[in-house]
Write a protein that binds this ligand. Structure first.
Ligand code: ADP
Ligand code: MG
Length: 399
């Protein structure tokens, strides 16, 4: 596992200025924050540093202003929400470097917190300009990265700062890296992976990497159709990437060579139209899908078999729903398998880690998320980690 410094390695920080990269890219609608998960994730690090007497300067991006000041994407918009979740007063500073920040540092008392402006207002952020990193660093004593979700980007505040200041992983970053290491870095075997979702094309690299890492690869969702079709099965009008047949075959070959067992559904839920509880709904063997039907979920007996696979495993990593779970009853397989994983985790026989926007929604829908060992909300960074890629923001923290 990557070795990195954590907040435990900090000496006395009284009166020191902490530059803390967090994820404040909050979902908003009509000026109101619709989900405060990311703020809550940053709280432990902010509170710990503030309570140790540091002056805490938060760095974050918001939206995609592309190197320009865009008033509707000012981080001032999230200050009220951060104050609410943190339960403390937070100052807003409309710059990220220079005399305005220096002046703010002078005004802040030990243990106070400020949010600096949207880092992406400056072109040097995404260009990872070392001059910008140096200018930001000039107002701080040390750097803490607590934004795993931005760690797949080599930007000035996600990567560059780690080269110009003593760098530490924040509590949320530390928890994420520890959980991911337990799931794929250094897992207890046997390891199962569930990969689902709409398309093979969006997760090709994930599949390629996983077959070399896990003992059981469970493929569900729309992407299973591509594998079934590659094997000569008629999937009717299911979502299917027929042009990826050769790639699917190659992935299966590689799995075979690596000793990874791939599980594809052998019975499925089909219907002629994509709607909630459609009249044409039925379950059938994968060989019995009619030309005018589409596969929208894994069938009940296949799910039972998959549950049995999980019972033999000690580690599970999950990305992608098994069916079109947003529409009933095509959530059934995902819900059933998620609950099995949750129960096994509760019993202590499984370490379960999941990530991905729709996956988290599906696990919440199943009431299973809170029982999982770890749920990553990181999106792109989580997927790149599942592809076996080194994340620049994590690499820069390495000691
Ligand atoms: P995540 O966001 O967790 O990475 P994806 O975005 O890859 O997951 O995939 C989720 C989407 O896949 C969902 O919108 C779901 O409806 C869709 N999906 C799953 N199974 C099927 C299927 N059999 N046919 C069509 N769409 C599917
Ligand atoms: Mg998605």
């Amino acid at each position: 596992m990557t070795r990195f410094r954590t907040l435990d390695d900090l000496g006395d920080v009284t009166g020191k200025v902490a530059l803390v990269r967090v994820d404040l890219n909050l979902p908003m609608q009509d000026g109101a924050v619709t989900d405060d998960t990311r703020v809550r994730a940053a709280v432990p690090t902010i509170v710990e540093l503030a309570d140790k007497g540091a002056k805490v300067l938060l760095l974050a991006h918001f939206g995609r202003p592309k190197g320009e000041r865009v008033s509707t994407q000012s981080l001032s918009m999230v200050v009220a929400e951060v104050q609410k979740v943190l339960g403390r007063e937070v100052m807003f500073v409309p710059e990220i470097a220079g005399p305005v920040v220096a002046q703010a540092v002078g005004i802040l008392g030990n243990g106070d917190v400020a949010i600096l402006e949207n880092t992406r207002f400056w072109k040097g952020e995404e260009a990872n300009d070392p001059e910008l990193a140096k200018a930001i660093a000039a107002n701080g004593d040390f750097y803490v990265n607590d934004a795993f979700s931005a760690a797949h980007r080599a930007h000035a505040t996600t990567e560059g700062l780690a080269h110009v200041l003593p760098a530490y992983a924040g509590r949320s970053m530390e928890a994420e890296l520890t959980a991911l290491d337990k799931a794929l870095g250094n897992p207890v075997k046997p390891v199962a992976a569930v990969v689902g979702g709409a398309k093979v094309s969006s997760k090709l690299d994930v599949l390629k990497h996983l077959v070399t890492q896990v003992d059981h690869l469970i493929i569900g969702g729309g992407m299973a159709n591509t594998f079934l079709a590659a094997g000569g099965i008629d999937v009717g009008k299911s979502l299917c990437e027929h042009d990826l047949a050769a790639t699917a075959e190659e992935i299966l070959d590689n799995a075979d060579k690596a000793g990874c067992t791939v599980h594809l559904p052998y019975d499925v839920v089909v219907s002629k139209e994509f709607a909630a509880n459609p009249p044409s709904l039925r379950e059938c063997n994968v060989h019995e899908v009619a030309a005018d039907e589409m596969i929208l979920d894994v069938g009940a007996s296949a799910v039972e078999a998959l549950a049995d696979v999980l019972k033999t495993c000690r580690t599970l990593v999950w990305n992608g729903p098994l069916g079109a779970f947003e529409t009933e009853p095509f959530d059934k397989a995902t819900v059933a398998l998620a609950r099995t994983a949750a129960a096994l985790t509760r019993e202590g026989s499984l370490v379960s880690v999941a990530g991905g926007g729709d996956t988290v929604a599906a696990l919440n829908h199943a009431g299973a998320a809170s029982d999982f060992t770890y749920i990553s909300t990181a999106g792109g960074a989580f997927l790149e980690w599942m592809e076996g890629k080194e994340l620049p923001g994590v690499k820069a923290l390495e000691i």
